[in-house]
Design a protein around this ligand. Structure first.
Ligand code: SF4
Ligand code: SF4
Length: 149
């Protein structure tokens, strides 16, 4: 996930930080590849799918007791849906950036009920949402995870 939280400004270097094939490309060629990818996506010719590890477990975070403090900030993070999630059609994606999850103008996912901070597609939420563990993410918890209060 990126630290740039807009739907039109993807940090490709971070998106592919764990991809050895991408990292093996020399920097100047990588920049041209990213430029091409951005252009192809703008034209609707390119697509990026999320790549999930089948063995990764769901996160074990007690969101219900924390959303008054975090205000579901995780639902502003940007990530790509898997091919299966796109095919299922339950979760909206950004038509300008297929197949990254959609974000509203306020930065939040359109499936998040503002105020209650509840996911309205909870049963069908993406794997990335299920598995994301915010506890060590300084973007969510700049003062550390409030584990003891
Ligand atoms: S994963 Fe973390 S940031 Fe997201 S709703 Fe749960 S406690 Fe809040
Ligand atoms: S699908 Fe649900 S859990 Fe995932 S980002 Fe959207 S509101 Fe949050």
């Amino acid at each position: 996930m990126t630290d740039e939280r807009t739907s039109t400004d993807i940090d490709w270097e971070e998106e592919f930080a764990d991809d050895p094939d991408f990292q093996a490309i020399p920097p100047e060629r990588r920049a041209r590849l990213i430029e091409f990818l951005e252009r192809a996506m703008e034209l609707g010719l390119g697509a990026v799918y999320g790549d999930e590890d089948p063995d990764e477990p769901d996160a074990d975070v007690d969101c219900a007791s924390l959303t008054d403090r975090c205000q579901a900030r995780c639902c502003t993070l940007i990530f790509a849906l898997t091919k299966e999630e796109v095919a299922a059609g339950k979760v909206r994606w950004n038509p300008k950036r297929p197949y990254f999850i959609a974000r509203d103008a306020d930065g939040y996912c359109p499936h998040l009920e503002r105020g209650t901070w509840r996911c309205q597609v909870w049963a069908d939420r993406p794997l990335r949402c299920r598995r994301y563990d915010c506890r060590h993410d300084e973007y969510i918890w700049p003062d550390g995870f409030p584990r003891d209060d």
